[in-house]
Design a protein around this ligand. Structure first.
Ligand code: CAO
Length: 263
């Protein structure tokens, strides 16, 4: 899971975001059985094989405020070059930089678990929701690519995914995988390792959350403003403060402030 302490530009802008589409309810009136085919069948086979691998999971939170700021700074430059810059290229590059330090995670073991092969390339796969089902195309040789190169390749893979055109060259040769459930909205995930790889990473939703630092500080404690308004937006609820210069209108740490100011 990832947290960002960066405050929203304006709550009005956040409130203007369209709500996510809600799937329509399906009423068939009778049971429907149909054969599992193609990619769906392959997905079941792979996931079943994956569950034979011993798994150990570890979850943590990371402050991504600086990444959020950096992406918003670079986004228009990338767009001017015709490339959509999401968070994924940064996550993929960060994973590759981590793998340079821990090559044992960019490896594969043989069927009988007798040998381990340390892979030279960082071919980082990403779980992709496509019309063909859940597919894992990979970005090849990430260790040689810049964040912008990765974004470009990701755009290409996404376009192929949307068009149902991902092929063997995109889907094979992966050495490590990332699953970003954050774009859908969950905070934690328990992904399964894609055989013959030995590790997988998952990312939850980046969100603004109240947190304390190591010294116990969690926001400007000197605020003497009064809470004037609670604004709900698609990103959560923000408490508006009526006048402390330290708060600039939106409380950095709503819960600490609400306790201080309301008591
Ligand atoms: N937290 C908050 N917002 C996030 C986010 C995160 N972790 N990850 C992505 N977003 C945002 C993006 O920035 C983008 O917003 P903007 O348009 O404002 O930039 C929006 O969510 C949509 O992102 P995207 O899906 O277009 O692009 P992506 O590069 O982040 O993700 C891909 C690419 C292929 C992973 C995605 O399209 C997809 O298929 N997601 C589904 C993954 C899935 O099914 N996971 C389950 C796997 S089980 O192992």
């Amino acid at each position: 899971a990832a947290t960002a302490t960066a405050r929203p530009a304006t709550t009005a802008a956040a409130a203007a975001k369209p709500p996510p589409a809600t799937p329509r309810p399906v009423f068939t009136g009778k049971d429907v059985t149909e054969p599992l085919k193609g990619f769906h069948k392959a997905m079941v086979r792979t996931m079943t094989a994956a569950l034979k691998i011993p798994h150990f999971g570890y979850c943590d939170e990371v402050d991504l405020s600086r990444l959020v700021a950096l992406r918003s700074e670079l986004r228009s430059t990338a767009e001017a070059r015709g490339v959509k810059l999401s968070y994924m290229p940064f996550f993929i590059k960060a994973a590759s930089l981590g793998l340079l330090h821990f090559p044992v995670l960019n490896a594969s073991v043989d069927e009988g678990c007798q040998n381990i092969t340390y892979k030279a390339s960082h071919n980082i796969g990403l779980a992709m929701d496509t019309l063909q089902g859940l597919l894992v195309p990979n970005v090849k040789n990430v260790q040689l690519l810049s964040v912008f190169d990765i974004a470009q390749e990701l755009n290409r893979l996404q376009a192929l995914g949307v068009g149902g055109q991902l092929g063997t060259s995109e889907l094979s040769g992966g050495t490590f995988t990332l699953s970003n459930i954050g774009s859908i909205g969950g905070t934690y995930a328990k992904p399964v390792i894609l055989p013959p790889e030995v590790a997988i990473g998952a990312l939850g939703k980046i969100q603004v959350l109240p947190r304390f630092d190591a010294s116990g500080s969690g926001g400007p404690p000197t605020c003497k403003g009064r809470l004037s308004q609670i604004t709900a937006s698609s990103d959560g609820a923000y408490l508006m403060c009526s006048g402390s210069p330290t708060c600039e209108g939106v409380l950095e740490n709503p819960w600490v402030h609400s306790m201080l100011d309301l008591q």
